[in-house]
Each structure stands twice: as C-alpha cells, then as structure tokens.
Design a binder for this molecule. Structure first.
Ligand code: B12
Ligand code: SF4
Ligand code: SF4
Length: 290
C-alpha cells in the first residue's frame, strides 16, 4: 500500500472520516507568518484530516434552539465543539505525524486543532479547501459533500513530498440560500450582496465568502448576554473586540467544563446549513422543526 493510502487508513482507524493532501504551492498568498514553510522550513505537503460531527449532537442543539432545552447545550460543548472533536483530531494528527517520521524519516509537525490545544498557526479552513476536502460556504467555514459544515479539521505539515489530491471540482456545495445569515442571532455573518465579504485564491481557484464579525460571534458563543444563555448582560450586542476581551477576562472560571469560559453556546449557522443532506439527516427524521 502506498504511503498516502496508509496514512488515510490510519486516520480512519483513529476516528477520522477524511484525509486529503495539498502541495505547499497552493498556499501562495497566505498572510505573513501563516505560510506552512514559515512554521516548518522545507514543508512540501500539507495533510488535512477531518471528522464529522454526530447527528445526535447537532440534534441536541436543535432541542436547545427549538425547545428551550438550554441544559442540553453542553452536549455540543463536549462532543461537538471544545472537547471530543479536538482530542480526536489531536490524536489523529499525532499518529499521522509519528508514522511519517518513523517510516519515511521525514519531519512532520501537527498543528493545533482548536479550543484546548493552544492557538492557531494557519487557517485550517484554507488548508481543508486546498487539500480537496470541500469548498468555502457563504458562512466562511468549509462545506464537505457528505457533512456540509458539520466537520472539524486538523493539519499536519510535512517535508514529505506526497501526491496532492485534486481540489474539489464537483457541484457547488453552497446553494446561496442565506439560511446561515438568517439563523445567526446577532447578524455576525455578512448578508449576500453586501461588501461584507472576502475573496481568496487557492491553487487556480477563486473563492468568495462572508466576513464573520468575530466580536459579535464571541458575544453569543461565550454567552456574554442573558439572551444567549449568559447569567448577566456583560457587553452590548455591538461591542468591540476590546470590550469582549475585557468581559471575557472578568468571567469567573467556568464550573461546567475544561475551558476557562464556555465558548459553545451557539453553532446555529453550522447546525442549520442545508448542505450535506441536512433534510435527510434532520428534517426527515423529525429532529428539527425547520
Ligand atoms: C478563531 C476562530 C474562530 C473565531 C473567529 C473566526 C474568524 N472569522 O476569524 C470565532 C469565535 C468567530 C469562530 C467561530 C466559529 N468557528 Co472557528 N475557528 C477559529 C480558529 C481557531 C482560528 C481562525 C483563524 O484565526 N485563522 C487564521 C487566520 C489567519 O485566518 P482568517 O482570518 O480566517 O483568514 C483571512 C486571511 O488571513 C486570509 N487567509 C488566511 N489563510 C490564508 C491562506 C491562503 C492561501 C490565502 C490565499 C489566504 C488566507 O483569508 C482570510 C480572509 O482575508 C479556527 C482553527 C484554525 N486554525 O483555522 C477555527 C475554525 C475556523 N472554526 C470552526 C468552527 C466549526 C466554528 C464555529 C461553527 C463554532 C461554533 N460556534 O459551533 C463558528 C462558525 C462561525 C462562522 N460562521 O465562521 C472550524 C471550521 C470547520 C469547517 N467546517 O470549516 C475551524 C476550522 C476549527 C476546526 N478545528 O475545524 N471561530
Ligand atoms: S456561531 Fe452563532 S453567532 Fe457565530 S456566526 Fe454562527 S450563528 Fe452567528
Ligand atoms: S446556509 Fe446556505 S448560504 Fe449559508 S453556507 Fe450553507 S448553503 Fe451556503
């Protein structure tokens, strides 16, 4: 079995649903400090692993959003956001990196996967698109054909020269429905037709997606107001990132998880996006009223 198939098999055995490879030239145009060779000198390939989120956990979000069961929201925090997907991604990245170093004698640097694993080095979204796993949806995160946006990604940089996968070239995955824009309770995702958008070139493809207002998203995700599940109104809805930062710094240590401050209070855009057979997964099984 060639090394790429072996890595893929390894990733699947370690809980992943997908693995793709991008050649490093697809990262020309990365912002300063975020190019793979600035993190691993001599990097030739960027390997991306991805894991789907459980339907049963997305449906727990629906119980919270549609039935007022905010007591179930922590399930998303554990199994869909902060804890499990990141640990699984971290283990899978580690195993793939160990195999590349042990069997090929190459260097492999696994990157952070999200909350709980110390920061971000490159944009995992751009890497997932460059590795052929999917396309940017209007909401700015990556849609895959099978799971829509309900995936999380991890990256391994390596000096090994692996055959790159083709970039996704199938039917467009985002149908421009605007559901993500309407589902967002704080207007964080730029409406279509506005200038609130980004364009970027990856390989020979050009992509456009909405700008996501990070301060606004933080207000909801961290429940900094009562209407989003918080204990008090700590900031206004249109707070600046500085005001959000100051409010986060004052939050008491959370007693409901491993994060200092819980950041899993939303996920509406990801839960309601119809890409990836949403109807069959959720509406036909009567898991959502929408
Ligand atoms: C910080 C962060 C957030 C912040 C801020 C996001 C933001 N808009 O900056 C907040 C809290 C808002 C957030 C929210 C969510 N997030 Co988040 N987040 C991240 C994190 C940790 C870092 C993002 C980042 O700063 N990237 C680095 C900077 C440089 O990239 P950037 O600002 O996006 O890039 C700009 C430029 O620098 C340039 N660029 C950057 N890289 C490159 C490369 C090339 C070649 C080019 C040409 C250009 C270019 O393009 C952009 C536009 O100008 C990533 C993990 C990661 N490491 O990527 C997860 C990540 C993006 N989040 C994820 C998820 C799931 C979510 C939520 C759904 C969580 C939830 N609530 O359930 C929401 C979705 C909100 C939304 N609609 O986007 C997933 C997305 C998975 C997917 N399917 O694509 C990621 C990839 C984590 C993971 N491990 O999978 N997130
Ligand atoms: S996670 Fe929630 S607040 Fe953030 S962009 Fe998505 S819907 Fe809006
Ligand atoms: S909700 Fe609709 S517009 Fe938004 S990313 Fe998904 S398919 Fe695209």
């Amino acid at each position: 079995m060639d090394i790429k198939n072996r890595l893929k098999e390894l990733a699947l055995k370690n809980g992943m649903d997908m693995l793709g490879v991008a050649s490093v030239d697809r990262f020309d145009g990365s912002p300063e400090g975020c190019h793979p060779t600035e993190i691993l000198p001599g990097c030739k390939s960027v390997i991306v692993v991805g894991v789907r989120l459980l339907d049963g956990i997305i449906q727990a979000n629906f119980r919270s959003f549609e039935d007022g069961r905010s007591d179930l929201k922590g399930l998303y925090g554990t199994y869909g956001y902060a804890l499990l997907p990141n640990y699984e991604l971290t283990y899978a990245c580690y195993t793939v990196a160990q195999t590349l170093e042990r069997e090929l004698g190459e260097v492999a640097t696994p990157l952070s996967t999200g909350p709980m694993t110390n920061g971000r080095q490159i944009s995992l979204r751009h890497a997932a698109v460059a590795a052929g796993l999917g396309e940017f949806g209007w909401m700015s995160i990556v849609l895959t054909p099978e799971f829509g946006p309900r995936n999380r990604f991890g990256v391994i940089l390596t000096t090994a020269e692996l055959a790159p996968d083709p970039m996704y070239g199938g039917e467009p995955l985002c149908n421009n429905c605007g559901i993500c824009v309407k589902a967002c309770p704080i207007g964080a995702i730029g409406a279509r037709g506005t200038e609130d958008k980004h364009s970027c070139k990856l390989g020979d493809k050009e992509y456009t997606y909405a700008t996501v207002n990070m301060a606004r998203c933080f207000v909801v995700e961290h429940a900094l107001r009562k209407e989003y599940g918080g204990k008090e109104d700590l900031v206004e809805n249109d707070a600046s990132m500085q005001e959000v930062g100051a409010a986060l710094a004052k939050l008491p240590i959370s007693d409901s998880g491993l994060q200092h401050a819980d950041s899993w209070h939303c996920g509406r855009c990801l839960s309601y996006c119809p890409a990836g057979k949403w109807k069959e997964h959720f509406r036909d099984r009567k898991l959502s009223n929408h």
